[in-house]
Design a binder for this molecule. Structure first.
Ligand SMILES: [Zn+2]
Length: 395
């Protein structure tokens, strides 16, 4: 049984401090690309260090790094990973009601790029980590396993920050990813498969198209077939269906030149049971069929991004334990939902073979949108849930 009292943990999570840390994190302009997360990573490392964690940076590139902190336990149990990312997506062309990097407060919310996705969640994780460390120190009760906090770079582009730390994490019982779920339990996310297709033609003067081979016309033929390609999948009760969307296209040089190249990118989102390699093979098969028809068709395929679908069994002991912590902290059992976007769970789960729980403050629909914000009440609630979860898993 935990010897750290819940109320003691709650008392150590001060709303003003959660707000301060969240606002400071939002003010670091960690827009990816280029990322430039190092200054924010150093801030997190200092905060964890002051709290009693062994913390340091894991460099990624010039000006880019993740933070990894360990609150050392006695080693009787595997650890627990808290994970949040430092980078944010660009602010976009639309106007914002509040400036995106000033973290203004209004209507009980903090406004800014990353407030929901996910500097709010990261701030809540940090406050929880700090509260747990202080409670352990005050009661002279070390945890029985390590509490590990990761603040990662590059989640929004290639998840290289998460990839760079997986070797330093084992053994752990579970990972808690603080992506915005409006403090509901996310136990499943679809996989991501991004394909780039290129058709190769031959230039000619636009007045003599018969002398060239038109890469754009080849692409229209390929896209028509791709859109109708029967890619098998089984409807998933939580995640729904497989989807595909052709989202970028580029080709041609000038109105009077036959294009020799056309490139598209396709965003596919997969459900459990689909094999990404088999999908790639199917699309390559389609290209081969079109090439076999003759007519000078030529195309190639490149995989841009490949993350598996992730599901965690709701009956898993780690999920039940986390749900108990959420119930104790909030007075109500957490609702379970699917997560529409991919998270770093897709890196940790296959690499470490552990269950992932996605739970964090902020409305997931606001991620990557203008006027992103996070309700302060959800920030505090999430910090309390994380703190209790750490004690439930580790004390
Ligand atoms: Zn995110």
């Amino acid at each position: 049984m935990p010897t750290i009292a819940y109320q003691d943990l709650f008392d150590r999570i001060d709303e003003a401090e959660v707000v301060r840390v969240c606002r400071e994190l939002v003010r670091f302009q960690t827009v990816n690309p280029p990322g430039e997360e190092q200054v924010a990573a150093e801030y997190v490392a200092r905060l964890l260090g002051r709290a009693g964690f062994e913390s340091g940076l894991v460099p990624l590139a010039a000006g880019r790094a993740s933070t990894l902190g360990h609150l050392r336990g006695s080693g009787e149990r595997p650890g627990l990973l808290f994970s949040g990312h430092l980078d944010v997506v660009p602010v976009g062309a639309q106007g914002w009601t509040y400036p995106p990097f000033e973290a203004e407060m209004a209507d009980g919310k903090i406004w800014g790029r990353g407030a929901a996705d996910m500097k709010g969640g990261l701030a809540a994780l940090l406050l929880a980590a700090q509260a747990v460390a202080a409670a352990c120190a005050a009661t002279h009760t070390p945890l029985r396993g390590d509490l590990i906090v990761a603040a990662t770079a590059d989640e929004e582009a290639g998840m290289r920050g998460a990839r760079s730390i997986t070797d330093s994490l084992a053994p752990i019982q579970a990972v808690i990813v603080a992506e915005p779920t409006a403090n509901t339990l996310g136990l499943a996310e679809r996989g991501v498969l991004w394909l780039e297709l290129t058709t190769y033609g031959k230039t000619a003067h636009g007045s003599m198209p018969e002398l060239g081979r038109n890469a754009i016309l080849m692409m229209t033929a390929l896209l028509a077939e791709l859109q109708g390609l029967p890619i098998p999948f089984t409807h998933h009760p939580v995640l729904g269906d497989f989807s595909r969307s052709i989202n970028t296209i580029a080709g041609g040089l000038k109105t009077n030149v036959v294009p020799d190249r056309c490139v598209v990118s396709v965003d596919m989102r997969t459900v459990p049971g689909q094999d990404h390699a088999a999908i790639v093979e199917q699309v390559n098969g389609l290209i081969a069929r079109l090439q076999a028809r003759g007519e000078g068709f030529s195309a190639g395929l490149q995989v841009l991004y490949d993350l598996p679908a992730v599901t965690t069994d709701p009956q898993n002991a780690a999920v039940r334990r986390f749900a108990e912590a959420a119930l104790a902290a909030t007075g109500r059992p957490p609702e379970t939902r699917s997560v529409r976007f991919a998270t770093e769970a897709s890196i940790y789960v296959p690499a470490l073979g552990v269950p992932a729980i996605i739970y964090g403050p902020g409305d997931p629909a606001l991620a990557h949108q203008p006027d992103e914000h996070v309700p302060i009440a959800q920030l505090v609630e999430a910090a309390r849930v994380y703190a209790l979860a750490a004690v439930e898993f580790l004390a």
